[in-house]
Design a protein around this ligand. Structure first.
Ligand code: NAD
Ligand code: UGA
Length: 466
């Protein structure tokens, strides 16, 4: 394959496909970028003022490029036919059925894309797999494509995993620590890698672009997420020790992180990690290790996830225990429902799990989150996955758009997401309308604890006893 890339298509207009291709279009005005999806609603939103995802800076980028060299549509066939290079950015959730249920990555959507490309391609194509996949996925995409080659049609498959984090996606895409391009060691593979490198060169320096084998590339993605999750679980495990012996996990994290070999990032103890990927990718790694008959390796990574569940449950139990061992019929104000700040995403949010735990105990919860839509919260807490009694649970949930209203007549404030605005609230004013004794549980360690204790709150946080 030898060509200059003029047309790029991306299948999957989710967090990754939508934001990465918007930045690609912005940085490469000479390239026509067409993002497609099966969902009509999602595409309608990408073409409106109200984008389907919230990311700081994304609106501006889309506004500048949409209609010029960035297009969103449901016309998958046309986009694939016209493209020289096709990114696959569809979801790869944990399987909920059959072999590998609860652990293995579900590759059905990736496979549909491979078959679609094979069906409609009418010329040479470079297929770039951006979704996070287990290590054999590029092989089976190659297999499907190879079995469907027609005269004049050829395929090269590359792996180009995405490392953006939600809430900082644009920043991460514009200035990534590194970009991985994995491909086959053949002349076709190498020239495809050069084509993709050429695209990234529009804004990323050569020394930040790593070319490697397809398998190394895919495994690096899973390993990176596993290492990050492992750091959070490590500091959370230490936080439990701190609570038991009276040490302060922030002091420990700060001092540990000053060792330049360890580093200070991702050592913030919390109510546990959430998001669509850490748990999914850890479980995918566990499944791969099991499949390769490496049970010790599987157990090691499984435990990183187990500690995360332990941390969430432990915090929920501490709330109930502190409120005199019962929350039944007590109103509690919950601040934050997203899995981290600066996103409206609630996938695998620790808040879902802790709210469910409190609802199970019969608590009434008043939820406020600056970005999560009311309907999303309701769906998350009343779905069949969350509860067997949706009607009873629904009556216990109230959603607020004003945090000062949410705290009226509550026994406690529970902080579950680290939104900056929670730091600057007037907690004195809040305390005055709450039941006494009033409690504050800071699951994210973001507010000034000495100050709220002085105001009269019974204060609890992770990894420290007052
Ligand atoms: P998402 O669920 O937000 O988006 C996936 C989109 O693909 C959906 O809009 C869906 O309708 C569409 N889709 C599914 N099958 C399709 C098909 N056959 N044809 C056309 N469209 C189809 O998912 P996401 O968060 O963007 O994640 C995508 C992949 O990227 C996953 O593998 C994930 O692990 C990985 N990833 C995600 C993040 C993140 O922060 N969200 C970061 C890095 C990597
Ligand atoms: C994570 C990775 O950071 C990205 O590099 C990766 O591309 C992405 O997963 C993915 O593959 O989907 P993301 O899940 O968006 O990104 O957000 P993170 O910033 O990694 O946070 C994950 C969770 O860990 C959040 O719930 C966060 O609150 C929690 N966390 C993070 C902590 O509890 N403590 C920390 O010190 C850091």
């Amino acid at each position: 394959i030898s060509m200059v890339i003029k047309n790029v298509c991306c299948i999957g207009a989710g967090y990754v496909g939508g934001s990465s291709c918007s930045v690609l279009a912005w940085k490469c005005p000479d390239i026509h970028v067409h993002v497609v999806d099966v969902s009509h609603d999602t595409i309608k939103q990408w073409n409106s003022h109200n984008l389907p995802i919230y990311e700081p800076g994304l609106d501006e980028v889309v506004k500048e490029c949409r209609g010029c060299n960035l297009f969103f549509s449901n016309d998958i066939d046309r986009a694939v036919r016209e493209a020289d290079m096709i990114f696959i950015s569809v979801n790869t959730p944990t399987k909920t059925y059959g072999i590998g249920k609860g652990k293995a990555a579900d590759l059905q959507y990736v496979e549909v894309c491979a078959r679609k490309i094979a069906e409609v391609a009418n010329g040479p194509k470079i297929v770039v797999e951006k979704s996070t996949v287990p290590i054999q996925a590029a092989q089976f995409i190659t297999h499907i494509l190879a079995a469907n080659t027609k005269p004049g049609v050829s395929f090269q498959v590359l792996s180009n995993p995405e490392f953006l984090a939600e809430g900082t996606a644009i920043e991460n895409l514009v200035n990534p620590d590194r970009v991985l391009i994995g491909g086959e060691e053949s002349s076709g593979g190498e020239s495809a890698m050069e084509e993709l490198t050429w695209i990234y060169h529009h804004w990323i320096p050569q020394h930040n672009i790593i070319t490697l084998s397809t398998w190394s590339s895919q495994l690096t993605k899973l390993a990176s997420n596993a290492f990050l999750a492992q750091r959070v679980s490590s500091i959370n495990a230490i936080s439990a020790v701190c609570e038991a012996i009276g040490a302060d996990v922030s002091q420990v994290a700060d001092a540990v992180g000053r060792d330049s070999r360890i580093g200070s990032k991702f050592l913030h103890a919390s109510v546990g990690f959430g998001g669509s990927c850490f748990e999914k990718d850890l479980l995918s790694l566990v499944y791969i290790a099991e499949s390769l008959n490496l049970p010790e390796v599987a157990r090691y990574w499984q435990h990183v996830n187990d500690i995360n569940h332990y941390q969430r449950t432990r915090f929920g139990q501490r709330i109930t225990a502190s409120l005199f061992n019962t929350v039944t019929d007590k109103a509690l104000a919950v601040f934050g429902f997203a899995f981290k700040k600066n996103t409206g995403d609630t996938r695998e949010s620790p808040a879902r799990c802790i709210c469910s735990q409190l609802l199970e105990e019969g608590a009434r919860i008043n939820i406020y989150d600056p970005k999560v839509e009311r309907q999303q919260i309701m769906n998350d807490l009343t779905s069949t996955k969350a509860t067997s009694e949706p009607e009873r649970i629904q009556k216990l949930i109230h959603i607020y758009t004003d945090p000062y209203q949410a705290v009226i007549d509550t026994h406690a404030i529970v902080i579950l997401t680290e939104w900056d605005e929670f730091k600057s609230y007037d907690y004195k004013k809040m305390l005055s309308v709450m039941k006494k004794p009033a409690f504050l549980f800071d699951g994210r360690k973001i507010i000034d604890h000495e100050a709220v204790i002085k105001l009269g709150f019974n204060t609890h946080t992770i990894g420290k006893k007052f």
